[in-house]
Design a protein around this ligand. Structure first.
Ligand code: HEM
Length: 454
């Protein structure tokens, strides 16, 4: 028999028409982090009339993502994503989700990932060729471009031309920022005739038009480019037996571009930032790369033989996680810890705050790749969720880790990116958490010196 629910703590600062929009707009990361003080569950208002229960406790987060998953819909964050993406693997739940996920899975098989490393490295090498010693890079912008190029060359190579890509990059960034803002604001604010709302709508329509044109072109040419777009063009809807419509294909491709670009770009940027701030970590990494690779470029087989690089990446996905509000919605009553949650309740959790909780990670704000050496004391279950858990766990997890390792191994052997002395960069949360502005100067790498200094 279950006991009665204790009262749910409520975060202060909610306003009648705005809910918690003011503290969220002022500093959403600080607001969400402050919620951890209220215990395992706490109620906030994203919609004035509807509570959202933020789940803080790692074990309960895991229950939500894994055990309770069959009884949950995806909730507000993904509804907002759906305004951009249409119905896709990210927004779908239940059997619809299983079906959509199965359609995409072949592109993420181990054999495909093995093949992708050379393609990813070629894109990194091409980017490096454009950077000049002394040049100041807007690192996040450059990494968004690189991530999109790596994704494009692997999962939708050959199907979208260079001009289309430039447009796509520009429009996607407007849309991603818009989605991030819309999560924090009550729904009525989206309908106001504001320039920001008009820009969002125009960019969203432009993204669709670009991808639609590529789908139409590929369909007409009947080419098989061997990539994700071709795969989806050949796929049939399990229920109707008909080919997928251009709209459906467009939604899936768009999802991958959104889910797989901003995330990887942010983590890449943060790794380069942390390496610039910690010369001893940078030197150890260079020693490992030199020992394992010598003078040759990194390949798929090298990746498991680079444990320090893998720890640097793992630590970056802890300290600088890109997720700040992942949502679900109860379809039926749910018992979560001591609480009875009614059907129709919004649930949410925040990886960024979870991964920085001092009760789960000692000295949490220090970037310390060696914390992962202590295998005797791993973080509690549910405390470290870089790619989520359960049936919605990131489909691109191995893809992302492979591209992060390939990119960092390739970039850092050629150049160092330098920060002005003493510069710290703050995170900002839009659709994902990313560095506010990260300007770094390109310096050639003196390989022998780096190895000797390590
Ligand atoms: C460092 C980079 C990445 C991080 C931190 C990340 C993180 C995540 C997380 C936490 C989820 C689970 C969301 C939930 O619980 O609802 C997720 C889902 C997803 N990710 Fe990633 N991701 C990354 C890269 C990628 C890449 C490269 C791709 C594709 C090329 C991708 C595609 C997806 C898709 C399609 C889903 C939805 C899966 C489903 O609902 O079945 N992600 N990602």
């Amino acid at each position: 028999m279950t006991t009665a629910s204790p009262p749910m703590p409520k975060a202060p600062g909610s306003w009648p028409l705005l809910g918690h929009a003011i503290p969220l707009l002022r500093d959403n990361l600080a607001f969400i982090a402050s919620l951890r003080a209220y215990g395992p569950l706490v109620e906030i208002r994203l919609q004035p009339q509807q509570p959202t229960v933020v789940v803080n406790d790692p074990a309960l987060i895991r229950t939500m993502l894994v055990d309770a998953a069959p009884t949950l819909d995806k909730g507000r964050f993904f509804e907002k994503m759906g305004q951009l993406l249409g119905d896709s693997v990210v927004t779908a739940a239940g059997t619809e989700h299983v079906r959509k996920r199965r359609q995409l899975q072949p592109a993420f098989r181990q054999t495909e990932i093995t093949r992708y490393v050379d393609l990813m490295r070629e894109q990194v090498t091409a980017a490096l060729a454009d950077w000049r010693p002394g040049q100041v890079l807007d690192v996040r912008e450059v990494m968004v471009k690189l991530s999109l190029d790596m994704l494009a060359s692997t999962v939708f190579s050959g199907s979208i031309d260079g001009h289309a890509f430039q447009r796509l990059r520009r429009d996607l960034s407007v849309v991603m920022n818009g989605v991030g803002t819309r999560i924090m604001l009550p729904d009525w604010a989206e309908r106001l005739p504001l320039p920001a709302n008009r820009r969002f709508t125009a960019a969203r329509d432009a993204v669709r038009a670009t991808i639609d044109a590529a789908v139409a072109e590929l369909r007409a040419s009947e080419r098989d480019t061997g990539d994700m777009l071709s795969l989806l063009l050949r796929a049939t809807d399990e229920y109707t037996g008909r080919p997928l419509t251009s709209y459906q294909i467009c939604s899936e491709i768009l999802t991958l571009a959104v889910a797989g670009t901003e995330t990887t770009a942010s983590v890449l940027s943060w790794i380069l930032y942390e390496l610039a701030r910690a010369p001893e970590i940078d030197a150890r990494l260079q020693t490992e790369l030199t020992d394992v690779l010598g003078e040759r470029p990194v390949t798929f087989d090298d990746l498991p033989r680079l444990p320090y690089l893998n720890r640097v990446i793992q630590e970056a996905t802890r300290l600088h996680h890109t997720g700040w509000l992942v949502t679900r919605r109860t379809l039926e009553p749910l018992r979560l810890g001591d609480w009875d949650i009614p059907a129709g309740t919004e649930l949410a959790y925040c990886q960024h705050a979870l991964h920085r909780d001092p009760s789960l990670f000692p000295d949490p704000l220090t970037f310390d790749p060696d914390r992962w050496l202590d295998t005797a004391q791993p973080p509690p279950t549910g405390a470290f969720l870089p790619f989520g858990a359960g049936k919605h766990k990131c489909i691109g997890d191995r893809f992302a880790l492979t591209e992060l390792a390939t990119a960092i191994a390739t970039i850092t052997r050629e150049i160092r990116l330098e920060l002005p002395p003493g510069r710290t960069v703050q995170p900002v949360a839009r659709a994902t958490v990313r560095p506010r502005t990260l300007l770094m100067t390109v310096r050639p790498r003196e390989r022998a010196g780096a190895a000797a200094g390590a």
